[in-house]
Design a protein around this ligand. Structure first.
Ligand SMILES: Cc1cc2nc3c(=O)[nH]c(=O)nc-3n(C[C@H](O)[C@H](O)[C@H](O)COP(=O)(O)OP(=O)(O)OC[C@H]3O[C@@H](n4cnc5c(N)ncnc54)[C@H](O)[C@@H]3O)c2cc1C
Length: 243
């Protein structure tokens, strides 16, 4: 039952995403046929057009491009927050089908919050995880020690720290929203770290759509009101440099 670390992989995305967006947007303003538009868009650099589109909030064209991420090394506490975002698709490792018995699979992996390391209590925390593992193993055995019927109820003893894996698909419009709320200093540290990593990856393949992506304060006034972290200049600088 080792400690887990965040790993985010961009598995797939719409090929030539910015060309696709330009084509969809230009179709709104052009009498040309779909085929003509496709050729026009492919033959010309679309960077300025895309940036203008994002600035004027004509955002439906960016719904045509999607990005699929594989994420592992996150806690169930984090995944619970991710799946609250409704305009997305998810496939998550099941605690019902994938047993966590220490003798069979080595037990459950877990995430240690940095705050616990900071106060020097990591050893204490890991000991508690071991106790939960013992209780889980005991309950799996009491429930018949076999398959999903034991795992589905034994998992009630697993902590929010238990590691999970999830595949996430979002379109670019939802991603901009997701980054706005989850890259913010007000978001919980783990989902924030994951969102920043996702942003770093999509910026590489779609630099103009995600040019000013990040928390709300990156390209406007901080939307958090009284709850602001007050570090807007620092945050803007950080997201400008993100690569
Ligand atoms: C800092 C922070 C703290 C939070 N704290 C809590 C908490 O204490 N408790 C809690 O329960 N949740 C909490 N949440 C989760 C939050 O309430 C939302 O569930 C989460 O952000 C996902 O919803 P969303 O509005 O961001 O939009 P998404 O589900 O990502 O959808 C994107 C957008 O589509 C539109 N949309 C989607 N579905 C609907 C709909 N049914 N009706 C109308 N418009 C829709 C909205 O404009 C929405 O913003 C927190 C989130 C953050 C960022």
């Amino acid at each position: 039952m080792p400690e887990s670390k965040l790993n985010v992989i961009l598995l797939r995305y719409t090929p030539n995403p910015e060309e696709m967006v330009s084509q969809a947007a230009k179709l709104c303003y052009s009498p040309a046929s779909v085929d003509e538009l496709k050729k026009q868009v492919a033959s010309k650099d679309q960077a300025n057009f895309i940036e203008k589109l994002i600035d004027m909030r004509h955002l439906s064209p960016i719904e045509h491009i999607i990005f699929t991420f594989g994420v592992e090394g996150i806690s169930r506490a984090c995944s619970h927050q991710i799946v609250r975002h409704r305009l997305a698709s998810y496939s998550q490792q099941s605690q019902r089908y994938v047993g966590q018995h220490s003798k069979k699979t080595g037990g459950f992996d877990f995430v240690v919050p940095p705050s616990i390391e900071k106060i020097g209590k990591k050893k204490w925390f890991v000991e508690k995880m071991k106790i939960l593992q013992e209780w889980y193993d005991e309950l799996v055995e009491m429930l018949g020690n076999g398959g999903e019927s034991a795992f589905e109820d034994a998992r009630f003893l697993l902590p929010n720290a238990a590691e999970t894996k999830i595949i996430i698909t979002m379109n670019a419009r939802e991603l901009l929203h997701f980054f706005r709320v989850r890259c913010c200093n007000r978001a919980q540290w783990e989902i924030r770290a994951m969102a920043i990593e996702m942003l770093r990856l999509v910026k590489k393949v779609s630099p103009h759509i995600f040019k000013d992506a990040g928390p709300g304060c990156v390209n406007s006034k901080c939307p958090e009101g009284k709850m602001t972290c007050g570090k807007m200049d620092e945050v803007r600088e950080k997201f400008k440099k993100l690569s």
